[in-house]
Structure formats: C-alpha cells, structure tokens
Design a protein around this ligand. Structure first.
Ligand code: SAH
Length: 368
C-alpha cells in the first residue's frame, strides 16, 4: 500500500516477512513508529488538533511550567549540582521543554546549571524542537538514544514516551503460551498469528486466548536510566497513559486523526501505543537499586505541585474567554471525566535511595 507521500512501509514489512518469516509484534511496532525513513514519527508532525492526537503540553503551558518547577526543586533535593543535564525523552514539538525552561528561570541557580539533552528518533520532530527552543538561553544537544548522553547528573522528563516503546504479546493456547507474530495471510496481507513454539518459562494459568503484554523495551530502558541515576545522580519523572498493577490483557492501539484504527492496516500512518505498566517500570527501577515514588494519578500529582495556584495566577491577567480556556485545560489535565486525563494518566518518579522526598507524591509512601 502506497499513500500520498509515497510511504510504503506496509510493502517493506510484507517483503521482510516474505523473506524472513513472521515478526514479533515488538519489531512490527518499532518499524511502524520509528523506521528511519517510513515510520510514523519519522515522517510527520502528528500533534495538535489537525494531527492525530493532543498531548498535555499542547493542552496548556501550565503542564510544562510545573514540570520545570518540579525539576528545579528536585535539583535542590539531589544536592544542587553545578552542572545538570535536563533530559527529555521523546520531546515531540518541544513545547514541554520550552515551557519548563521558561519557568525554571525563576530558580536562576538551577537554570544556569542546565544543559538540555533531547532524546529523539525523528529528524522532523528534532527540527520542530530546534525552533521551539531557539533562544531558550541554555545549550541543547540532540541524542538518538539515552546511551548517547554523556555522564553527569541528569533529570529525565518523559511525557507520553514510554507508551511509544514496542511491546511483546504472548497468547495462551492449550499447549502453553506462544508469542504473537505479524505474518501474511493467503492474499499476502498483514495478519496476526502465533509462533509455532511454546514459551517454556511462561507458566501463568489463564483461560485460552488470554494475552500477556510485556513492555520489554520500556523495562530495559528504565533499568538503564535507574542504574545511571544511582551512579551519576539525578532523577526521572515519567507521565503516561497506564495502569498501576500488572495484569493480563492487551492495550496495543492505533490512532489516526483522533480515531481508533486497525494497527495492521496502514503501518507508519497511524500512531501505535500500548498503555504503560507502571508497576513493571517501578520494579525495574528498584531492581537497579533506585528508589521509586508513585505511581500516583496525574490529577493528584499536578494538584500537589500547584496547578490550581498556577491557573489562578494566569486567570488574574486573562480576558473572560481566556480564563474559560484555562479552566477547560485544568479540567482536561486533572479531571476524571470522559476524555479527561487526571486519573487515566499516572506519574512515577525515580531517584537515588538517599533522596527523602520529591514534590508531588505526598499521598504516597516511597515504595522502597
Ligand atoms: N512528549 C511529547 C511527545 C510524545 S510522542 C508530548 O508530550 O507532546 C512520542 C515522542 O517520542 C515523539 O517525539 C517521538 O518521535 C519520540 N519517540 C518515539 N519512540 C522513540 C524512540 N524509540 N527513541 C527516541 N524517540 C522516540
């Protein structure tokens, strides 16, 4: 299938499968999202009302500003190092980091210590980020992966990043659990199938056709970042659509123009995500000897770090229409109604074990 941009990722994936055999869901998802020339993120700017989805930094400047102030406080709690990397994983349009840096100017010692590192797989989005951060007043470096970030204390921010990392699926059959693969049907179209081999170490008892979704890439990355925080000092804040207890079931979904679509229909043309298993991420961080805070809901986190005050301060200088918009954004970010993000989104923080507290998690005891 070739679309208007000549983007024939589906054809390339079918060709790979014809030559090498069916591929795990994980490889399919990674190709669909960040194939260097034909992936979803590498060929477009997907954000905003005109795009496929809207994220918190697009909803309101308050989101990035509050995360910038969170980073400033955490910087103090980790010993106020004179040089600190402020890292964002998957910065999208760069809005969050621009808002965070503007707010961080209120803490000049922190602001002056910052080197910005943006981990981004897409050149198109890196260019957007360059524009958003031109004149931000701090040095900015782009990295393809976390491994490329030079050593030193680092505060990591990740909003809707872990949900873009590829997942593995295992399906229960009468003989045991088998990995779900993407293969070709009789007409040569992409279709889901199962590995001929049973996973010998997966022994969970569940009804046939149950699905186990494992965010292996997210867990590996969390292990690396947590280990780095333990050795080099720093912190991480992850905000994402997700759940706080590991359970059976699949959450892989494809979204195009704000609608759900078939994940196999047009690879590279729809956003693919899976909800984040925050309990698995927490275990990965603690196994690396780091400390975790949360997960708490996005609504609780944002209220605790002062979103109500920030909204009042912005409204004090706003026209009635703008004041209404601020109230709407506040509800969208913190509410628990239909289409609101306050409880669907969760927030997890990671630090060294010696850190006593970080803002936003007062209702939650540190898990280790
Ligand atoms: N944080 C932004 C964007 C979220 S979308 C916001 O809240 O608006 C996911 C972002 O992660 C995009 O910038 C995408 O290009 C990037 N991305 C996805 N997978 C990636 C990977 N494996 N490595 C690096 N960046 C990735």
């Amino acid at each position: 299938m070739t679309d208007a941009q000549g983007n024939d990722l589906g054809a390339e994936i079918r060709e790979i499968i014809a030559q090498e055999g069916p591929m795990p869901v994980e490889r399919f998802m990674e190709l669909a999202l960040i194939h260097p020339t034909k992936g979803y993120y590498t060929t477009r700017n997907p954000f905003g009302a005109e795009g496929d989805f809207i994220t918190s930094p697009d909803i309101s400047q308050m989101f990035g500003e509050l995360l910038g102030l969170w980073a400033a406080q955490v910087w103090g709690q980790i010993g106020a190092p004179g040089f600190v990397r402020l890292v964002e994983l998957g910065p999208g349009r760069g809005t969050l980091m621009a808002d965070a840096l503007r707010a961080a100017k209120a803490a000049p010692e922190f602001y002056d210590a910052i080197h910005v590192d943006l981990v981004e797989a897409s050149d198109i989005l890196a260019e957007q980020q360059r524009q958003a951060l031109s004149g931000c007043g701090r040095p900015v470096s782009w990295r393809r992966s976390v491994e490329e970030i030079p050593p030193g204390p680092a505060i990591f921010l990740a909003n809707e990043f872990f949900d873009a990392l590829p997942v593995r699926h295992y399906v229960k059959t009468p003989e045991g659990w088998r990995e779900r693969l993407v293969g070709l049907d009789e007409e040569g179209a992409l279709t889901f199938g199962l590995s001929s081999e049973v996973e010998p170490y997966l022994k969970i008892n569940a009804p046939d056709d149950s699905v186990l979704e494992i965010g292996a890439a997210a867990q590996r990355l969390m292990t690396r970042i947590a280990a780095r925080i333990v050795i080099e000092n720093g912190a991480l804040l992850a905000v994402d659509y997700g759940y706080d207890q590991t359970t059976l079931g699949e959450t892989l979904q494809a979204v195009k123009s704000h609608e759900f679509v078939d994940p196999l229909a047009e690879p590279g043309e729809a956003d693919l995500t899976a909800h984040v298993d925050f309990s698995a991420l927490g275990r990965a961080a603690r196994a690396a000897n780091a400390q975790t805070f949360g997960p708490v809901t996005q609504g609780d986190f944002l209220r605790e770090i002062g979103i109500l005050h920030r909204a009042e301060a912005l409204k004090a200088h706003a026209t009635p229409e703008v004041a209404d918009e601020i109230d709407l954004a506040l509800a969208r970010l913190t509410g628990d109604g239909e289409g609101e993000m306050g409880t669907l989104f969760k927030v997890l923080a990671v630090t060294r074990r010696s850190v006593e507290n970080v803002p936003g998690f007062a209702g939650d005891d540190a898990a280790s």
